[in-house]
Design a protein around this ligand. Structure first.
Ligand SMILES: [Zn+2]
Length: 213
């Protein structure tokens, strides 16, 4: 936890309620009240931040990548994107984005997917799925509640033939994305430890979470 004073977003009249640096491979569970703003800062650039959102009063009403993509007819997320739930409720809106593009179809890394993609020797590397389960546990979020996530700052272009490509990131040191909660939320974050593709620039680094409410 740090206590550095950072200017509030334009128009904000509330003080900083949350300020935490999340090291590479670590995570966080943040309770964001309706109307609150949570900013994720890519401190060193090209760092994927795997994120899930839940209605704090009913964790079965959780982020749905499928519904978010389908309802907005857009495969990437950026300013103005509405993050929808499995019941088509609006959980949050991306209120600021200085990066420009975020993925929500590439999924989170797991030990199993690492083995399939990169080989048996990666089985024991730490993965986002473990971080989700560790930090989600205090809110009753278990395997059943882990759906498709958002990969903030991750560049996963959809190829012309419908494939996915894990490409070099578009982010840079100090870029940020910010979400405004449309209802009381749990925001579950895994600062991705992946070493085997370029999503973290081959070198996972820390990010900062800042909240105003
Ligand atoms: Zn990951």
């Amino acid at each position: 936890m740090t206590h550095t004073v950072t200017p509030a977003p334009a128009g904000a009249r509330r003080g900083i309620a949350y300020d935490q640096v999340v090291e590479a491979g670590d995570g966080a569970l943040v309770a964001v009240p309706a109307g609150g703003e949570l900013r994720i800062v890519d401190l060193h650039g090209n760092q994927a931040v795997d994120t899930l959102l839940y209605d704090r009063h009913d964790i079965d009403n959780r982020y749905s990548a499928f519904d978010t993509v389908r309802e907005q007819r857009a495969v990437y997320l950026t300013t103005g994107s509405r993050l929808l739930s499995t019941r088509l409720d609006e959980l949050a809106v991306l209120s600021e984005d200085t990066c420009g593009r975020h993925d929500t179809i590439g999924g989170a890394c797991s030990q199993e997917s690492n083995v399939v993609r990169y080989g048996e020797h990666t089985r024991h590397q730490h993965a986002c799925r473990q971080t989700f389960l560790r930090y989600g546990a205090t809110a009753g979020i278990g395997q059943r509640e882990l759906g498709h996530n958002i990969n903030f700052f991750m560049n996963v272009p959809v190829t012309p033939d419908g494939g996915l490509h894990f490409a070099d990131g578009l982010s840079a040191p100090g870029k940020h994305v910010q979400l405004r909660a449309s209802r009381d939320l749990f925001v579950l974050v895994s600062n991705c430890p992946q070493l085997n593709n370029p999503c973290n620039g081959w070198n996972p680094t820390s990010v900062r979470l800042l909240g105003w409410w």
